[in-house]
Write a protein that binds this ligand. Structure first.
Ligand SMILES: [Zn+2]
Length: 287
């Protein structure tokens, strides 16, 4: 009798252990098994005079269009938003607004609506990072006060210092004061597994950086930030006029290209609409 009871208890223990492992497996199947990169339309810039973006003078008086993407990275350990675009408030102006003489910004579709299409609210974003704090990258930053802001100490110091770089208004980023912050000096590994890395590439601004992703199928992807503003700028190593340190920018280009060559990376020049057009159309993703 006692033996039968003990055997019964043992079978029940086995069964509950089996059910528990099945539950764990089912949960694991729900979570993304790899990393996904979504490209989000965060506006566009139309300039009647691109002279700000090339100090050689080659673009003086010439018109141009720049894409303004945001990128959402879904990693099993959390969600990172890279860049926040021109700002959803601009969508209220169907014809856009002028940022500077001859520099026109417009937002066709709001970032919050695109997050909603993925079933996300701004408060679901775990980590926020920017290539730099120019206003075409910080427009929606204050939506993400719940996220951990990963900031280059030098970028924060410059923007909050006595002589902030041009186009680095603090108003769109004021939520940093109350947000959880991870201050970094140089490169950083966002999730600790080498798959999502911030690359320190100063020059355009004091704390400018790019993002390096190691995707399961697509391989290494490098998101340029504003190291280059177009494919031609990359090919010709053109430094923009809006820039704080020319020598540092050229050194950053050298470093970026060495990494791109070594890793056989797919390089995305964020402000070049041709590069954005080659990426999966939202809500499709690269993985
Ligand atoms: Zn920019």
């Amino acid at each position: 009798m006692h033996i039968t009871l003990a055997a019964g208890r043992f079978v029940r223990m086995l069964l509950s252990a089996l059910l528990l492992s099945l539950a764990v497996l089912a949960h694991a199947a729900d979570a993304p098994t790899g990393i996904r990169l979504y490209v989000i339309d965060c506006g566009r810039i139309d300039a009647s005079d691109m002279s700000l973006f090339d100090d050689s003078g080659a673009l003086d008086g010439k018109p141009g269009t720049m894409s303004v993407p945001c990128f959402l990275i879904r990693h099993p350990k959390g969600i990172l938003l890279w860049e926040t675009g021109l700002g959803d408030a601009i969508a209220d102006h169907p014809n856009g607004i002028d940022f500077a003489p001859g520099i026109h910004g417009s937002v066709r579709i709001r970032l919050v609506d695109q997050l909603k299409a993925l079933g996300l609210k701004p408060s679901d974003i775990d980590y926020l990072a920017f290539s730099h704090w120019h206003i075409d990258h910080t427009g929606n930053a204050n939506l993400f006060g719940n996220a951990t802001w990963i900031l280059q100490r030098r970028e924060l110091a410059a923007a909050t210092g006595l002589a902030p770089p041009p186009f680095e208004s603090l108003a769109p980023v004021s939520a940093y004061k109350n947000a959880k912050m991870r201050l970094i000096d140089g490169d950083a590994d966002v999730f600790g597994d080498g798959s999502v890395r911030l690359l320190s590439l100063p020059g355009h601004t004091p704390g400018h950086q790019a993002l390096q992703l190691q995707l399961p199928h697509a391989g290494v992807v490098l998101l340029s930030g504003d190291l280059y503003h177009s494919r031609e700028a990359r090919r010709l190593r053109r430094v923009p006029r809006v820039n704080v340190d020319r020598a540092a920018t050229l050194a950053s280009m050298n470093r970026f290209e060495a990494i791109a060559t070594r890793t056989h990376a797919k390089v995305v020049v964020q402000h070049d609409p041709r590069d954005i057009a080659l990426l999966p159309h939202f809500p499709a993703y690269l993985h």
